[in-house]
Structures are given as C-alpha cells and as structure tokens.
Design a protein around this ligand. Structure first.
Ligand SMILES: [Cu+2]
Length: 180
C-alpha cells in the first residue's frame, strides 16, 4: 500500500515537471547573482549590483535584496519605470523587505532569450527607478539603447506597478537564499 502511494506521487511529480518546463531550454547551470540595493554610498544605495550583465539562454538570474523594500520589474527600453504593456513580464512582488542585511529569500528566473531584458525597481518611496535603480541583461552594445540612456529617460517618469496586488510575483520563483 505504501509502495503504491509512492509510485502515484512520483508519477504526479513527473507530470508536473513536464508541464512546467519551458520549451526546449536547456539549463546551463550558471547563476548570475545580483543584489537589489547597494552598500556603496553612491546613489544612496539605489542601484542593482551588478546592473549590466551578459547571460546565455538557460542561465539563471538570482536577485538578493538589501533594505528599502526593492522589487524587480521587467520593462521595455522605450518606457522606463513601466511594466511591459503585455502585462506578462517578470515581477518579483514586494516580498523581500528586510530591516538589515540581505533578505532571507531570493527571486530567480531563467534567461529565455538573448534579446535585451530591461528591468527597474518599482519602490516609489524615494523614487528608486527615477534615481537610477534599473538594470539590463544582454544590452545591445552596438546601438544607442544603453543602460545610461535608460536611466536618463527614467528621470521625470512616474513609476507604474505591474499589479494592484503588491505581493504578486510572476515568471520567476521565490527561493530561500543560500549562503555562498
Ligand atoms: Cu529599489
């Protein structure tokens, strides 16, 4: 009886994994670790660090969070501090508030394309995005769409939240942070 239950559970798990797997993306095992918030005095800590990285399809991007209740929101280059119009971009939710040091959880998502992935912090107390708290994965280094330009264009914008539910997260996963 016990054995039968185990087999049934295993089959269910297998089906779940198969259904959730993205189409033909092979995991590389590479994890890029980014800190939301900086301990450096520059910009009052309102930075992602590192904020401009190159990643391969199948790599993981993992965000750890310092104080000031930061988020990660996917955006387009053309509309800084706003989520994707399609409403199906990455959003961490406001799930990582910490009084001191790094939050206990991380936010992780997989790189699915080599297209530039723009993102910002949607914390409005202190206008983090307008202050330059944004970043990019796989910027096109040949054109004018640079992170510096994104930050410049951020000034004077109004931050838009991806969801009325501040704790909602989508695309990525919330996972316990492991000490390195
Ligand atoms: Cu922030």
């Amino acid at each position: 009886m016990v054995a039968f239950t185990s087999v049934a559970f295993a089959a269910t798990t297998l089906l779940g994994v198969t259904a959730a797997a993205p189409k033909h993306i092979r995991s590389t095992g590479v994890v890029h670790r980014i800190t939301a918030g900086s301990t450096a005095l520059a910009a009052n800590g309102l930075r992602f660090d590192p904020e401009n990285i190159v990643a391969e399809i199948g790599d993981l991007i993992e965000f750890s969070f310092l104080p000031k209740n930061h988020t990660v929101v996917q955006s387009s280059f053309d509309k800084p501090c706003e989520p994707l119009a399609s409403d199906n971009g990455v959003f961490s939710g406001f799930n990582f508030a910490t009084a001191q040091g790094l939050s206990n959880n991380t936010f992780v998502f997989e790189v699915k394309t080599k297209e530039p992935f723009w993102y910002y912090c949607s914390q409005t107390v202190g206008n983090h995005c307008q202050m330059g708290m944004s970043g990019v994965v796989n910027q096109n280094f040949d054109g004018g769409k640079t992170l510096a330009k994104y930050k410049e264009n951020s000034k004077g914008t109004v931050t838009v939240q991806p969801s009325a539910d501040k704790l909602k997260s989508q695309i990525g996963e919330i996972k316990p942070r492991k000490e390195l």
